[in-house]
Design a protein around this ligand. Structure first.
Ligand code: SAH
Ligand code: SF4
Length: 475
């Protein structure tokens, strides 16, 4: 019996560590692809939390011997990390999985894997099991750290693998990370959510809040800075509840200050901050941290108190506006962005207009606007929802028009000013144009050398066309 076969036989009798499964998978892959490195296509849907998870998944796949590609045609493993937050996101996944069927028929040993929030829902996993027999592996959000073991079970052959654990005790540590960008890094500080906003599926698919230890976060921050990162984004569904009830006593403002005090030339961002837990301590700390960007993403969802109550958001319009006032007092140049839901069940046109008036009052830099989407198992999904979708779409367009006017006004105000931007990329059109982001999270396009990508540059705004800014390099 070969050493590998012996290991496989032994595997039936005991559980290996993930490191051992990595080695076993590596050996099986080397046997399957003796003359070349196998390739994986990992595609991520949804929020930055998913992007950060995918970077860890890619880290584990890389340790098993996979290289990466951006097309499913070239891939030996296609993995979709899915999002469940709205129906539209789910429909796209089902469509894209269906589209893989002919490819799989051609390439029999291609592995198709699905993971993430959508898969954590039992009714979705069941639908994949029944209607997509060519999918080899499905795992939920609580099994991400077990990718080596799950891949090994698939590679060993035999049955399809479905792994939807119901809970996860603590945030997994020590996973390898393969970051998408060398200069922009995602740093998860906590997982899960306890808030149960009545429309939202996240607490069901991501479980209860679990904060990482401050030492683990700091160690990762140091590693990211040593790797040359210029921007670190601290991630959590509600970063303001970081460290709640933990013995170490490090809350989110303290954690931010600790990262701010690390040596290096980098910016700190964070998301998402829930208004009900956003404290003056946080805003004061932000103001005092020279590396914290002057950008606050503070989703208010609705400007009407009855709707906010039905959403279970835990704050009023007045409390939200007070927070904004305080934040602007301590950081006059603060850029504020938000998320909004239009057409929550039972919302009337008059109530929707309260959302519009709040936008007009605050003058957000930009908004992420969504039409309400019912999610299985949430409280709102059972509420009467008499307003037709077509009507909600009209409200949605009305809101966007108001916001476009506000954004155009803001852009016009920026004309002639000079900003420090982190140069991110060439523009889609190319032609020697680069695009960079200000500390307020505002994009400016300007002509420049590609070598500037990943560095900070000073850019003067010379053109403002609606909400698109153009500029030129300043000394
Ligand atoms: N934890 C973050 C939000 C995560 S979900 C927070 O509380 O701010 C990102 C955004 O998706 C939400 O802010 C909300 O605006 C939107 N969203 C969530 N569930 C939705 C649903 N069922 N329908 C439409 N939009 C939804
Ligand atoms: Fe969803 Fe509310 Fe939790 Fe945000 S805070 S993830 S909207 S339940």
């Amino acid at each position: 019996m070969s050493a590998l076969k012996y290991e496989i036989a032994r595997d039936l009798a005991r559980t290996h560590t993930q490191t051992e499964y990595t080695e076993l998978s590596r050996a099986l892959l080397a046997e399957r692809y003796p003359l070349r490195q196998p390739k994986a296509f990992v595609h991520t849907y949804g929020c930055q939390g998913n992007v950060a998870d995918s970077e860890r998944i890619k880290g584990m796949l890389s340790a098993m011997g996979y290289a990466f590609t951006e097309t499913s045609e070239e891939a030996d493993l296609v993995l979709f990390n899915t999002c469940a937050v709205r129906e539209h996101a789910e429909d796209r996944v089902f469509g894209n999985v269906g589209a893989l069927k002919p490819l799989k028929a051609e390439k029999k040993d291609m592995i198709i894997a699905l993971c993430g929030c959508m898969m954590q829902q039992p009714h979705v996993a069941e639908r994949i099991k029944q209607s997509y027999p060519f999918v080899n592996l499905v795992f939920g959000t609580f099994a991400i750290h077990r990718v080596p073991e799950l891949m090994y079970r698939v590679l060993r052959g035999g049955k399809r693998v479905f792994e939807i654990a119901e809970t996860q005790e603590a945030a997994p540590e020590g996973l390898p990370v393969k970051r998408d960008s060398l200069f922009k890094a995602w740093l998860p500080i906590m997982y899960g959510c306890n808030n149960f906003c009545s429309y939202c599926v996240v607490p069901y698919v991501r479980g209860r809040e679990r904060s990482r230890a401050p030492e683990a976060v700091l160690a990762e921050a140091k590693e990211i800075i040593a790797g040359g990162a210029k921007e670190i984004t601290l991630l959590g569904q509600n970063v303001n509840s970081y460290g709640k009830n933990a013995e170490h006593g490090v809350n989110f403002p303290k954690l931010m200050k600790m990262i701010n005090d690390l040596p290096g030339d980098f910016r700190i961002r964070f998301m998402t901050s829930h208004p009900k837990d956003c404290t003056k301590e946080l805003l004061d700390t932000m103001a005092a941290c020279e590396k914290a960007d002057r950008h606050l993403h503070l989703p208010f969802q609705s400007g009407n108190d009855r709707v906010l109550k039905e959403m279970n958001r835990g704050y009023t319009r007045k409390a939200y506006l007070e927070l904004i006032r305080y934040a602007r007092r301590v950081m006059p140049d603060l850029s504020i962005t938000s998320d909004i839901i239009v057409g929550f069940p039972g919302e009337t046109y008059e109530e929707f207009r309260d959302t519009v008036s709040l936008i007009e009052e605050v003058k957000f830099t930009s908004l992420f606007t969504f039409i309400y989407s019912p999610r299985v198992g949430t409280r709102a999904a059972a509420m009467p929802d008499p307003v037709p979708y077509s009507e909600k779409s009209r409200w949605f367009s009305e809101l966007l028009k108001v916001q476009e006017g506000i954004a155009a006004e803001r852009c016009a105000h920026m004309l002639g000013n000079t900003y420090e931007v982190l140069v991110e990329n060439e523009t889609k059109e190319g032609c020697g144009m680069l695009t960079g982001r200000t500390g307020g999270n505002i994009n400016i396009d300007f002509p420049g050398d590609k070598l500037l990508i990943g560095t900070f540059c000073r850019v003067k705004v010379t053109g403002a066309k609606n909400w698109l800014l153009t500029g030129e390099l300043s000394d």
